[in-house]
Design a protein around this ligand. Structure first.
Ligand code: IPE
Ligand code: IPE
Ligand code: MG
Length: 236
C-alpha cells in the first residue's frame, strides 16, 4: 500500500507534548520524556522502513536550558542512556546518526554519548538520522555566518561563492531541504527549528502528544503530505 505513497525525502519532527502527556495522567513530566524517548526510537525505525532518507528530530532546543535544573538533568541523563544502550537496533539497521546543535553547555557524558553514537554509525550507508540537541535555528545561522566569514578572511572563498546552496552546505549538517515538518501536541509554531532548511516544508500540526504519536499516525501524516500541492513559488 505504501508503494502508492510519495514518501518525503526529508522529514522534520518537533517532538512536543511529553510534559502535558504526563501531567494529564498525574505523572511527573519526566515520565512523559521517558515514554516519548521510547516512542521516538520506534518512530525513527518505522520511518526508515517506509523509506524516508533523512529524518531530523528536535529533542532539545537551546532555549530548553531555561527549564528547571531537575528537568534539564533528567533529559541529559535520558539522552546518555538512550544513545549508549537503546540505539542498538538503529546502529544495526544501518542508519547513520549525526547531531546538529552547539556543544557548549552540554556535560561531557552527554558529548561522549553523542560522539559514541556518531562514531558507531559513521560507516553506515542507510538513512540519516539528524538529532537536533542543544539546537537553535538562529544560533545555527549565526554559527554558519561566523564560519563563512572566517573562510572569506582566510581567502578560501570570494563573495561570489556565497549562494543559497553554499549557505546550506555550511550549516551544522549538509542535508537536503525539509519536505515535511511535523509538530505534535497542537502548538502552531516552529520554536527555532530548522529555520533555513524548512523554507518550503509542508507543515503538519497533529493535536496528539508525542508519546501517543504512533506508526498509524505517521502514516496518516504522510497521507496528508500526499494531498498537498507543492509549488515552490511557481504557478502550478
Ligand atoms: C517536548 O515535550 C520535549 C522537549 C522539549 C525536550 P515538552 O517537555 O515540551 O512537553 P510540553 O510541551 O510541556 O507538554
Ligand atoms: C520545542 O518545544 C523544542 C523541542 C521540542 C525540543 P518547546 O516545548 O520547548 O517549545 P515552546 O516553548 O512551546 O515554544
Ligand atoms: Mg513543549
Amino acid at each position: 500500500m505504501n508503494n502508492e505513497l510519495n514518501i518525503p525525502k526529508h522529514i522534520g519532527i518537533i517532538v512536543d507534548g511529553n510534559g502535558r502527556w504526563a501531567t494529564e495522567r498525574g505523572l511527573p513530566r519526566s515520565m512523559g520524556h521517558k515514554v516519548g524517548a521510547e516512542n521516538l526510537k520506534k518512530i525513527c525505525l518505522y520511518l526508515d522502513e517506509l523509506g524516508v532518507k533523512y529524518l531530523s528530530v528536535y529533542v532539545f532546543s537551546t532555549e530548553n536550558f531555561k527549564r528547571d535544573n531537575k528537568e534539564v538533568d533528567f533529559l541529559m541523563d535520558l539522552f546518555v542512556k538512550m544513545f549508549k544502550t537503546e540505539f542498538d537496533e538503529i546502529i544495526k539497521r544501518g542508519i547513520k546518526v549525526v547531531f546538529s546543535g552547539r556543544r557548549d553547555r552540554l556535560r561531557k557524558e552527554v558529548l561522549g554519548a553523542m560522539d559514541y553514537l556518531e562514531e558507531a554509525t559513521s560507516k553506515n550507508k542507510g538513512s540519516c538520522l539528524n538529532i537536533c540537541l542543544n539546537y537553535g535555528g538562529q544560533s545555527e545561522i549565526v554559527d554558519m555566518t561566523k564560519k563563512v566569514c572566517q573562510m572569506y578572511k582566510d581567502g578560501e572563498i570570494t563573495l561570489d561563492d556565497i549562494d543559497v546552496d553554499f549557505v546550506s552546505k555550511n550549516l551544522y549538517q549538509d542535508l537536503p531541504p525539509v519536505d515535511f515538518l511535523i509538530r505534535t501536541s497542537g502548538e502552531l509554531r516552529l520554536s527555532n527549528f530548522l529555520l533555513y532548511q524548512a523554507s518550503y516544508a509542508e507543515l503538519y500540526f497533529p493535536k496528539t502528544y508525542f508519546p501517543d504519536f504512533k506508526e498509524e499516525d505517521v502514516l496518516k501524516a504522510i497521507e496528508e503530505f500526499n494531498k498537498r500541492e507543492r509549488r515552490f513559488g511557481g504557478n502550478k
